[in-house]
Design a protein around this ligand. Structure first.
Ligand code: TYM
Length: 342
């Protein structure tokens, strides 16, 4: 089925599991704002039901959810233009996830590399939710009939699974009901790497705080982390091929390009030949200029948590106007007896 038969609609989500970082910002948040500004209907979600697939302290979860919402708004998402929601407030996500648990095959789920990475050697002790996680993610997207999903590269396999689930559902029931969603993985920063090790993804769970720039870091901390970022002894190349085999150099150039809305080639045309001792202060200055206003605005918003809670409630109400009819229709297709008016 072609995606063109569906009205374009954007959906994406981020887990409120703390330590929102530069990878989340460049790979996801900043690009959410680009979509919003293209005037496509867009829904952005704090996926708390995903977060609890590993243990979350209840007090921290509440704080992280509100902080994430503050991060969305501080990054430029407008709660009037976009629909901002907290996943657990829109019950259709979990309801459709159950349906998709019955559509997805065990073999598909067992191939998910993120489950293998997160469960590690102790897979027998991982939660069932962690295993079923990608079916919930498919439900997040398809309960809106979303057609475009901007994400970082690490979500690619989950989006392929979402396409498989939509295709199988449509095939099994002989309908063209769910869109076969487009993953949108684009730009220079689809995979921001650790500042301490260019072969590892920048991640909220890295025990080293110096490996990432947090959206709550102040200007001094940002500059210090960039100054200390791992590099190699060579000068920067003038062309992208020169970054081959230099993961740390590639990472810092990618970060610069994404933050400055440039291509890697454009950046290298400017900085090629420079030593890191010259480039790092440029990067630090840019990072502080771009990130500090976001950090400051997040802190300001966190002082008005009741406003945040209202934004999320209002978002959920708007979301349910989309999701409830889609779930109802899904059940009808599957042969569930609907309630009657009495
Ligand atoms: P999460 O919370 O791990 O990450 C949120 C978004 O940030 C991107 N990202 C990165 N991008 C570039 N470099 C990095 N180092 C980096 N780290 C994270 C992720 O790719 C993601 O776009 N399963 C999802 C959340 C989710 C979702 C969805 C996304 C749940 N339902 C439906 C899209 C649609 C996750 O755990 O993302």
């Amino acid at each position: 089925m072609s995606e063109t038969s569906f009205t374009p609609r954007v959906f994406s989500g981020i887990q409120p599991s703390g330590n929102l970082h530069l990878g989340n910002y460049l790979g996801a948040l900043k690009r959410f704002v680009d979509w919003q500004d293209r005037d496509v209907e867009s829904i952005f979600c704090m996926v708390d039901l995903h977060a609890i697939t590993v243990w979350q302290d209840p007090v921290d979860l509440k704080k992280s959810t509100r902080e994430l919402c503050a991060g969305f708004i501080a990054s430029g998402l407008d709660p009037e233009k976009s629909i901002l929601i907290n996943q657990s407030q829109v019950p259709e996500h979990a309801q459709l996830a159950w349906v998709f648990n019955c559509v997805a095959r065990m073999g598909w789920m067992q191939r998910m590399t993120q489950f293998k990475d997160k469960a590690g050697k102790n897979a027998q002790n991982a939660s069932l939710g962690l295993f079923a996680y990608p079916a919930l993610m498919a439900a997040d997207i398809l309960t809106y009939h979303a057609t475009h999903v901007p994400v970082g590269e690490d979500q690619k396999q989950h989006l392929e699974l979402t396409r498989d689930i939509a295709t199988k559902f449509n095939h099994d029931y002989g309908v063209e009901f769910f869109p076969v969603t487009e993953p949108v993985i684009e730009g220079a920063a689809t995979r921001v790497m650790s500042l301490r090790d260019g072969s590892k993804k920048m991640s909220k769970s890295d025990p080293s705080d110096a490996s990432r720039i947090n959206l709550t870091d102040d200007a001094d901390t940002i500059a210090k982390k960039i100054r200390k970022a791992k590099t190699d002894p060579e000068a920067l190349p003038s062309e992208a091929e020169g970054l081959e085999g230099r993961p740390e150099a590639r990472n810092l150039i990618n970060i610069y390009a994404a933050m400055n809305n440039q291509s890697v080639d454009e950046v290298l045309a400017d900085v090629g030949g420079k030593q890191f001792s010259e480039f790092k202060p440029m990067l630090a200055e840019l990072a502080v200029a771009k990130m500090s206003p976001i950090t400051t605005e997040m802190a300001r918003l966190m002082e008005h948590q009741d406003e945040i809670d209202k934004i999320l409630s209002r978002g959920s109400e708007r979301a349910r106007a989309i999701t409830a009819p889609i779930l109802r229709k899904t059940y009808e297709i599957m042969g569930m007896v609907p309630p009657v008016e009495m």
